[in-house]
Write a protein that binds this ligand. Structure first.
Ligand code: SF4
Length: 122
């Protein structure tokens, strides 16, 4: 069993082993990237579907708070096709804050919110 390997056989074998290693590594790397991409996508989707809590009413007067109640403002719209984000009176959030404002209702307003004064954005 004292077989000598020719230089050509050695190079061919080394090439096959090397190619297999590189191919396998690229598949593993590709799978990991795909998993990471899916995780990032899921996190983004979760963030988009979560309703921000816009209930800090500390700067409002009792009249402002009463108006929110009278107009039945809620952070989570009961009507899927009517949300603050598609209301003409909504002012979108700025500076990466979760809550926007409203030209009618005082205080923080959720893009997913709603009140009885909802008006279709033009
Ligand atoms: S009027 Fe009502 S529905 Fe429209 S943005 Fe203001 S709180 Fe939201």
């Amino acid at each position: 069993m004292d077989k000598k390997i020719t230089r050509k056989e050695f190079l061919v074998t080394a090439g096959v082993v090397g190619s297999t290693f590189i191919f396998g590594s690229s598949i593993i790397t590709s799978c990991k990237k795909k998993e990471e991409t899916q995780e990032v996508q899921e996190t983004k989707e979760q963030a988009q579907t979560e309703t921000p809590k816009c209930d800090d009413l500390s700067g409002l007067t009792p009249e402002d708070i009463n108006q929110r109640k009278q107009l039945q403002y809620t952070d989570n719209s009961p009507k899927p096709d009517q949300t603050c984000s598609n209301c003409a009176l909504f002012v979108p959030p700025e500076n990466n804050t979760p809550c926007g404002k409203c030209n009618l209702v005082k205080g923080p307003i959720s893009p997913n919110g709603w009140c009885t004064s909802w008006v279709q954005k033009g």
